[in-house]
Design a protein around this ligand. Structure first.
Ligand SMILES: [Zn+2]
Length: 112
């Protein structure tokens, strides 16, 4: 699947404006698998480490799940909410279940 197709499999289970969210591969710092960005304009973007191009699609899915969960928290709680606190964990677990994954899928990445 393409990056945007994998993004959509998660995003379509949310209330986010999926078509307005950019998703791209990027050269990220070592150890960073992905990042979710929120601009002052309200626009959102997900960047996925180029390293995922050579790894399994499963790992990419888990990273995407994590980053989409960040966008849900941005949209519902705002940018000041703790990055990986309760709101994030519950958003991630709910999204995992809605997307046909186990809630433990959220444990794959504890940061980023
Ligand atoms: Zn994170």
């Amino acid at each position: 699947m393409t990056l945007s197709a994998i993004f959509m499999t998660f995003c379509l289970n949310t209330d986010l404006a999926c078509a307005d969210i950019g998703v791209e591969y990027a050269k990220l710092d070592r150890g960073i698998k992905g990042q979710a960005l929120l601009y002052r304009s309200g626009r959102m973007k997900i960047q996925i480490s180029e390293k995922h191009k050579t790894q399994s699609e499963r790992k990419l899915e888990l990273t995407m799940l994590h980053e989409v969960a960040h966008l849900i928290v941005y949209a519902t709680k705002g940018p000041k909410e703790a990055a990986h606190g309760y709101a994030f964990k519950s958003a991630c677990e709910e999204l995992a279940l809605k997307s046909g994954l186990n809630r433990n899928s959220c444990a794959y990445l504890s940061k980023h």
